[in-house]
Write a protein that binds this ligand. Structure first.
Ligand code: SF4
Ligand code: SF4
Length: 287
């Protein structure tokens, strides 16, 4: 069976936009039923881009290439070595009202932010599975790495939280943004976002990557300008040398834990470094 040629970046973008717009999972259902995410940005990376091999060095040998993702998920495959591999990636910008509520906070996340992190990631999983299902319904092989059994969070490495698949690194390969001082991913729709991806053998056109480097969009990393996220972090976890993951997680564990009861969701980070900063809702101005 050959892959249905009606698949394209445009058709997948329409599909993702429709899920974001219509899914009941994309609502803050325990607050006011407002949207968790606004309209998305979608791109496609070449699964054979040398970047994915480099990630085995820059992230770790455990980080999978897209070909490994498809190869390991053999039950999902029609052939051992597909001629091409693509990674469909999306950016889900956090709704303006939620960003605004978190930008007012100084020590802990707002209620909307905490629910967005928790229920938003549940929606992102729904979206991952729906995009993979959509591709399969067009006779393509498709695996959402983050919801597949291949995904492992390597929490055992002391002082270093890592995983077998990085959504942000896939999004960089797809030309959707670059990394910032705080470790966040700066996109045209802002850094206050969640992202996701699906690996497929559908012959989709690859998005042009306009960024010359993986840090191009952050003025601090390119010319020591900005640094607003350093001031925003209540834990002192961001400095001129970047993001201290241990300090950030420690703040979450020790200081934010009591909020869990009040907000009725697990607290997975305060996100203050993502709001009230120049890169919150778009790329920061480059002077
Ligand atoms: S707040 Fe400024 S320094 Fe921090 S990531 Fe955004 S652009 Fe870079
Ligand atoms: S680095 Fe961690 S503790 Fe600091 S603002 Fe960002 S999420 Fe909060």
């Amino acid at each position: 069976m050959s892959v249905n040629v009606s698949l394209s970046l445009a058709s997948i973008t329409v599909f993702v936009e429709g899920v974001v717009r219509d899914s009941s999972h994309n609502r803050l259902r325990f607050i006011d039923d407002g949207p968790i995410f606004d309209s998305p940005l979608v791109g496609v990376a070449d699964g054979d881009d040398p970047l994915f091999r480099q990630y085995k060095e820059t992230i770790g040998p455990y980080h999978m290439t897209p070909r490994e993702v498809l190869g390991h998920a053999s039950s999902n495959l029609r052939r051992q070595e597909p001629p091409i591999v693509r990674v469909v990636c999306w950016i889900l910008p956090i709704a303006a009202r939620t960003r605004e509520s978190n930008a007012l906070m100084t020590k802990a996340p707002s209620l909307r932010w905490a629910h967005t992190r928790y229920y938003g990631e549940q929606f992102n999983d729904v979206l991952r599975n729906m995009v993979a299902g959509h591709l399969r319904s067009h006779a393509a092989a498709a695996v959402a790495p983050a919801t597949s059994p291949l995904y492992k969070s390597l929490r055992g490495i002391p002082g270093y939280a890592a995983s077998t698949w990085s959504e942000r690194h896939a999004a960089f390969a797809a030309g959707l943004g670059t990394f910032g001082l705080c470790d966040g991913f700066l996109t045209p729709l802002g850094k206050a976002m969640r992202c996701g991806s699906v690996v497929t053998d559908a012959p989709l056109d690859v998005t042009v990557r306009h960024f010359a480097s993986h840090i191009e969009a952050c003025p601090y990393l390119t010319r020591a300008d900005c640094g607003a996220c350093i001031q925003r972090c209540p834990a002192g976890a961001i400095g001129p040398r970047g993001h201290d993951k241990q300090k950030c997680e420690q703040y979450q564990e020790e200081t934010l834990r009591p909020l869990r009861k009040r907000y009725a969701v697990p607290i997975t980070g305060c996100g203050l470094c993502q709001t009230g900063v120049p890169c919150e809702s778009g790329l920061p101005r480059q002077e």
